[in-house]
Design a protein around this ligand. Structure first.
Ligand SMILES: [Zn+2]
Length: 375
């Protein structure tokens, strides 16, 4: 008897396959055979699911990709319990995964998954930090580098080698050489140059004469064409420009951007902020001027229900934080303000889907609260 996954599981597998397929296209500059094994497996599951339910089955990968670009999820007949996604697509008209697709794939691809590439990198960084004179500082230096440089030049990689106080050849072999393997395909050059977003550090591509940051949620993509002109750097391909592995970019670098921004904003109002305390037990440990202590995880997800599912699987490790000297008066999640703008009900939707109950704030609100009450 075959154990057939339900519609939601199939959707998640499909999303993983689509993300990996796109990842391959970005790396090579074109769609290469064989396609992602996960995509093929997801198509098999989907075909079987449709067959069992008496529905017409998709023929192949091309048809499936077309469907992902044009048919909203509500029409896929997957019996999804969550109607939040009814009108959403899995791929945009260029075939690039939407934010929903990336968030559906996160369970399998983010660094909490012990089998993922980024988990291996995360463990290497942790081990290297632990063997250094000052583990917290070393860990933070390396993580900050990965957040700031999803795209890096040879000079930038050499500079971090000098900055980090540990055996540099091991760091180079286990982290830098592993993470920065991908050259930028020349199909993505703009006038012979590689464009790097000044807002998030990711690659900018020319899509139908429109400059687009490959970090889909980046503010760059909401700017007018004239404003975009000042918001990128031009890198010469001769500078040995390398892109970080997709998993590191998407699930380590991009989430780090709002973490660093919140740190800056909190320091501006007089707080002392420790990044990734206890080698990443949470994102920020904040001490206000009146010595109120707050442990924060910054979460920048578009879909609050997907975020809640992720948080339910990995709650903040309060006991470990306490045992490492980071006892706090408040443990909470913080969302960038843009999430409220996009969806005024975001926080409530997240909190009601969280189990156990957690505290959550928009960035603006926690800063206001610190200014009013805790400083
Ligand atoms: Zn960007």
């Amino acid at each position: 008897m075959v154990d057939l996954p339900d519609g939601e599981k199939i959707l998640r597998k499909l999303s993983v396959g689509l993300v990996q397929t796109n990842n391959g296209i970005e790396k090579d500059g074109f769609l290469k055979y064989p396609y992602s094994k996960n995509l093929q497996r997801a198509i098999n599951y989907l075909s079987f699911f449709y067959l069992m339910n008496g529905l017409p089955i998709p023929i192949g990968i091309g048809e499936l990709i077309e469907k992902a670009k044009t048919v909203p999820l509500g029409e896929w007949q997957l019996n999804l319990s969550d109607d939040e996604y009814q009108n959403e697509l899995l791929l945009d008209d260029e075939g690039v995964p939407t934010e929903l697709c990336e968030e559906l794939a996160a369970e399998e691809l983010d660094y909490n998954n012990p089998d993922s590439f980024q988990r291996r990198i995360f463990e290497s960084i942790k081990n290297l930090a632990e063997s250094s004179k000052n583990p917290d500082i070393t860990y933070t230096q390396i993580r900050e580098f990965l957040v700031k440089y999803p795209l890096s030049t040879q000079d930038e990689r050499s500079d971090i080698l000098l900055d980090v106080s540990l055996k540099s050849n091991i760091f180079k072999e286990l982290v830098l050489d592993e993470v920065y393997q991908d050259k930028i395909p020349s199909a993505y050059y703009v006038n012979g140059m590689i464009l790097r977003c000044e807002l998030c550090g990711n690659l900018i591509k020319n899509q139908k004469n429109n400059l687009t940051c490959t970090n889909k949620g980046c503010e760059f993509n909401r700017l007018s064409n004239s404003k975009k002109q000042k918001k990128y750097q031009e890198l010469n391909p001769g500078q040995e420009v390398r892109q970080a592995h997709f998993g590191v970019r998407r699930y380590m670098s991009i989430p780090g951007i709002p973490e660093l921004k919140l740190k800056d904003d909190l320091e501006k109002i007089g707080c002392k902020v420790t990044l990734w305390p206890g080698l990443d037990l949470c994102d920020l440990f904040v001490e206000t001027p009146s010595d109120f202590k707050i442990s924060i995880d910054v979460k920048d997800w578009k879909y609050p229900h997907e975020l809640a599912k992720n948080v339910n699987q990995k709650v903040m490790p309060i006991k470990e934080l306490e045992s490492k000297g980071f006892s706090s008066d408040l443990y909470c999640y913080v969302f960038p303000d843009i999430r409220k703008k996009e969806n005024p009900n975001y926080k409530n939707a997240f909190k009601s889907a969280c189990n156990p109950k957690v505290e959550a704030f928009y960035a603006k609100d926690i800063i206001a609260k610190i200014k009013e009450i805790w400083s």
